[in-house]
Write a protein that binds this ligand. Structure first.
Ligand SMILES: [Mn+2]
Length: 363
């Protein structure tokens, strides 16, 4: 029986430049990515795991520090398990790459840019793979891959896109991989079993709100007779994306309560939340996201709040009522603009509210 873990897309060194994280949160997340990766290696060491597969994008070529890679080299050595690895589009084997400067221990097997196989005598196993050596692949170096020795067990490691035929990120057709016993895919960050024996491990730790849900690795056990593969949730945190419906009956207090009650405390302490307020609010409620965020922020490890609400207001009725008044003219002017644009809509409502208040004052 062979037991191994298949992980992928760790992205060590990621700087989170495109996220709205503070500098301290970005560096905390970068640390946690490394921490979880090392925890996975510990898992391999302490559980009865024969080897580890890493399907590309271990680190960020542009951002990682050499010192961090030296930590990985050391950790690989201490793991003392065979590690089979390819590079991906974020850490390609280019001429000026850290890959050439690091000295890995003997248990680490990094595949070259040309497709090749590694024979693992102990398990009568062949592992096929190639590493990325450039940032884009329209061509497919795997198009003719097939196991040479069918009496052996055969594993393929690949980094690419199995969902899109026309892609710059190595189009993968899984139908070509029928004869492999297991295919360890990387590149797509959401874990997915395309077949029971062909899987994306997904990113080990989620990297953004686009990567909500559970993250971890795939654990596989098989021999000539049996096959088992399961996803193991392993990330330290998850990204959670929520929508909260607001109604005209809601007050600032009830809206605040709805946000606080969105998840049990342990998830609020652990996960990163993005909450969109949708629905309609009463005219004059004065929903201010910054103030609201101030009220709730201490309840969460991290929360982003988005206001997508509309004001409960019958514009046509007001326009009719104030036909000859500046209010009617104001509405007419704004209706010529694109009110589906949220900034324009906000501006329209703020002005309308002010004018209506003014009008009330006149009475
Ligand atoms: Mn990736």
């Amino acid at each position: 029986m062979i037991r191994f873990i298949h992980l992928s897309d760790v992205h060590i060194g990621l700087g989170f430049q495109s996220a709205s994280f503070s500098e301290s949160l970005a560096s905390k997340r970068a640390f946690e990515i490394k921490q979880t990766f090392f925890r996975a290696l510990h898992y391999a060491k302490n559980e009865d795991i024969d080897f580890v597969i890493i399907s590309g994008d271990l680190f960020e070529h542009e951002q990682v520090k050499k010192q961090e890679l030296e930590e990985i080299v050391k950790m690989f050595k201490e793991t003392n398990k065979d590690i089979f690895m390819i590079t991906g589009n974020h850490d390609p084997l280019k001429n000026q790459s850290f890959w050439h400067e690091l000295e890995f221990s003997k248990n680490v097997h990094i595949f070259d840019q040309e497709l090749s196989s590694f024979y693992f005598k102990k398990y009568n196993l062949d592992i096929y793979a190639h590493s990325w050596s450039k940032y884009y692949y329209q061509d497919n170096p795997l198009s003719n891959v097939t196991p040479k020795n069918k009496e052996r067990l055969n594993i393929l490691i690949a980094h690419g896109d199995a969902y899109t035929k026309k892609t710059n990120y190595l189009p993968i057709d899984i139908n070509q991989f029928q004869e492999f016993d297991y295919v360890a895919l990387g590149h797509i960050h959401k874990h997915d079993f395309l077949k029971q024996n062909i899987a994306y491990a997904g990113s080990l730790e989620p990297l953004s709100f686009k990567e909500s849900g559970a993250h971890g690795f795939v654990e596989v056990a098989f021999d000539n007779k049996t096959f088992q593969a399961k996803f193991v949730p392993f990330s330290k945190r998850e990204f959670e994306v929520h929508k909260i419906k607001v109604t005209p009956e809601d007050t600032l207090f009830t809206i605040t309560e709805k946000i606080i009650l969105i998840a049990p405390q342990h998830r609020k302490d652990q996960n990163l939340f993005r909450v969109s307020l949708i629905g309609t609010t009463k005219l004059g409620l004065n929903l201010n996201i910054k103030d609201l965020l101030h009220q709730i922020t201490s309840e969460f490890f991290y929360i982003e709040l988005l206001d997508e609400t509309k004001i409960d207001i019958n514009v046509e009725a007001i326009k009719k009522q104030y036909n000859d008044h500046i209010i009617g003219k104001y509405i007419e002017k704004f209706q010529q603009l694109d009110l589906s644009d949220s900034t324009t809509y906000r501006a329209f409502i703020i002005g309308l509210e002010a004018l209506l208040k003014q009008k009330e004052g006149d009475l």
